[in-house]
Design a protein. Structure first.
Length: 306
């Protein structure tokens, strides 16, 4: 019974193997060997793996926190900037409706609100104890601009229009908000470069260590005529795995940052940017895996002549 069962099993395996195209079978074997070599490289690195992953996770956490904060700050600047308006004071012989229609045609103008001198005087008398005199106030237009950085352009277009007595807006606030927005974006770019340099440096030292440990095996594979990519891919995958695991760890503190920022949005009654957390998570994994694999490729070119 045992011999017959074994023979049937062998025949069944042969039928299965014969049914699988040789190309597919070869690709599966190569893939399994590459994965095995990748895991061997990680295991040989030993406790250094912990140091590599925790260091990369710390760097990615700093980047992720700053990037997520940048998205929220940009939204804050946008919302506060949308509150800035240009006040246009008109001469007595000018029609507010006509001038309002003209200003609405300018680029970057979202809305024009007419405040007649009668309305302004009535409101002023209701709020303050004003002497019984004739209305000295002019008709006023409140011009809302789409973005804070465009407010000065609109201001310069309105100023020379005939019939405009005076134009004013909070110049200092607009300039400070624009400068603040630029500083935040510049800081994020600097941190991205910082993350790239440190990640590549860490991966470079790690892959160098792996190459030294596998020096004899690599020489044997070369003599056997093994493809260069067969030697390279496990090392590249190793760097990508470091990046992936580091990004996973970085998500833990980033969730706390996300919670704090949501509370800040609720406190100031400003909506949180849509899909901000998803954008940060996706970017984090792309950068971590990309820099991890990229660092490995640079190390291979530097330390391994294949």
């Amino acid at each position: 019974m045992t011999d017959s069962t074994n023979s049937k099993s062998i025949k069944f395996k042969k039928k299965v193997k014969s049914g699988i195209p040789k190309d597919w079978l070869g690709e599966l074997r190569i893939t399994s060997r590459i994965i095995a070599e990748t895991m061997k490289g990680i295991l040989r690195t030993g406790w250094i793996n912990i140091a590599i992953i925790t260091t990369m996770a710390a760097i990615l956490t700093i980047f992720g926190a700053l990037f997520r904060t940048t998205i929220s700050l940009t939204e804050f600047v946008k919302q506060f900037g949308s509150m800035l308006e240009i006040s246009v004071y008109l001469k007595n012989d000018v029609s507010p409706d006509h001038l309002s229609s003209r200003i609405k045609e300018f680029d970057h103008v979202e809305k024009v609100t007419i405040i007649t001198k009668a309305e302004a005087w009535k409101k002023m008398r209701s709020e303050y104890d004003v002497a019984d005199i004739s209305n000295p106030l002019p008709d006023t237009l409140h011009v809302k601009v789409d973005e804070p950085e465009n407010i000065n352009d609109v201001y310069e277009k309105i100023k020379p229009i005939p019939g405009v007595e005076e134009v004013a807006y909070a110049t200092d606030i607009a300039k400070k908000m624009e400068m603040f927005n630029k500083v935040v974006h510049t800081m994020t770019l600097i941190v991205v470069v910082f993350v790239a340099v440190l990640t590549i440096a860490i991966i470079n030292n790690t892959i160098q260590l792996v190459i030294q440990n596998q020096k004899e095996e690599i020489e044997i594979m070369r003599l056997m005529g093994v493809s260069n990519w067969y030697i390279k891919i496990p090392l590249i995958l190793q760097g990508a795995i470091y990046g992936f695991v580091s990004a996973l760890l970085a998500l833990i503190p980033l969730n706390a940052v996300q919670g704090w920022l949501l509370k800040a949005h609720e406190y100031f009654m400003i909506p949180s940017p849509v899909l901000a957390a998803n954008i940060v998570t996706f970017t984090l994994f792309v950068i971590a895996i990309g820099f991890g694999a990229g660092g490995s490729m640079l190390s291979i070119k530097k330390h391994l002549r294949v």
